[in-house]
Design a protein around this ligand. Structure first.
Ligand SMILES: NC(=O)c1ccc[n+]([C@@H]2O[C@H](COP(=O)([O-])OP(=O)(O)OC[C@H]3O[C@@H](n4cnc5c(N)ncnc54)[C@H](OP(=O)(O)O)[C@@H]3O)[C@@H](O)[C@H]2O)c1
Length: 225
């Protein structure tokens, strides 16, 4: 399977790329800084250097040929102001959707966020903008006829993965390791009967494989392929 990861050098993207490469998938992706390419190469991952905000859909589509699954996990991370968030997490997703259409790439997995994340905190206007852009991106993708899946991880940590999660259309926001998010995405990549779902993800009691497969089996009889 050929998987293209937008944001392949990021915390989630790089972990996902390593997992998929280890299981024999063909992995490509977009990274922003040249030194990230050299780092990916040390793990046997060949990706493409480019800034998503400077690519139009045909330019990104030129990189996608033969892609079975497009994973979008790029994010401005609250750096460089609200404009960067709009351009990367918002307009960048629009570009990815258009590029997927141009190349006939049917499956798109989007890493999003719980809309109510950190509601107990006194969050900044920048954070509110981030949540707004992410929700609009979810809505935009959900309105397409692509085989989309939106994954909303809780607050990310760099603790070692546990292999155990909760995965459901509605969960209470807690946290989740980047290792376990990447492992869940890897499982979703290989679970094609799961389109048109928004799934929230936290640390939890269920083995990742079981949690993903339960979502597959929860599809109604005669549901979408
Ligand atoms: N942080 C949280 O607690 C949390 C919770 C839920 C969901 N999320 C979501 O999880 C996703 C990824 O998280 P993460 O920990 O993997 O973040 P990350 O390490 O910051 O990875 C995001 C990657 O996107 C890349 N990127 C940003 N702008 C780009 C551009 N214009 N062109 C190409 N690449 C670009 C970044 O490049 P650089 O390395 O050059 O910056 C980075 O490598 C994001 O979508 C975020 O919204 C985060």
């Amino acid at each position: 399977m050929k998987v293209f990861i937008v944001g392949i050098a990021g915390g989630i993207g790089s972990r996902l790329a390593r997992l998929l490469t280890a299981t024999g998938d063909q992995v490509d992706g977009l990274y922003r800084r040249s030194e990230q390419g050299r780092h990916l190469e040390t793990h046997g991952i060949h990706a493409t250097h480019g800034d998503l905000t400077r690519l139009d859909a045909p330019a990104l589509a030129a990189l996608l040929h033969g892609t079975d699954v497009l994973v979008f996990t790029a994010g401005a991370g609250g750096k460089n102001g609200t404009g960067a968030t709009t351009a990367t997490d918002g307009t960048g997703l629009t570009t990815a959707v258009e590029a997927a259409r141009l190349t006939g790439t049917r499956r798109l997995l989007l890493v999003s966020v719980f809309p109510e994340a950190w509601r107990h905190r006194d969050v900044s206007d920048t954070f509110e903008h981030y949540i707004d852009v992410k929700k609009r991106a979810d809505a935009e993708l959900a309105a397409t006829d692509l085989d989309w899946t939106i994954l909303r991880p809780a607050a990310l940590t760099d603790e070692p993965g546990t292999g155990h999660i909760s995965l459901s259309p509605a969960l209470v926001h807690t946290d989740i390791t980047r290792d376990d998010v990447a492992a869940t995405l890897a499982e979703l990549v290989h679970a094609p009967r799961i389109p048109h779902q928004i799934l929230e993800l936290t640390q939890g009691p269920e083995p990742i494989t079981d949690a993903v497969h339960r979502q597959t089996h929860d599809l109604p009889t005669g549901g979408r392929p």
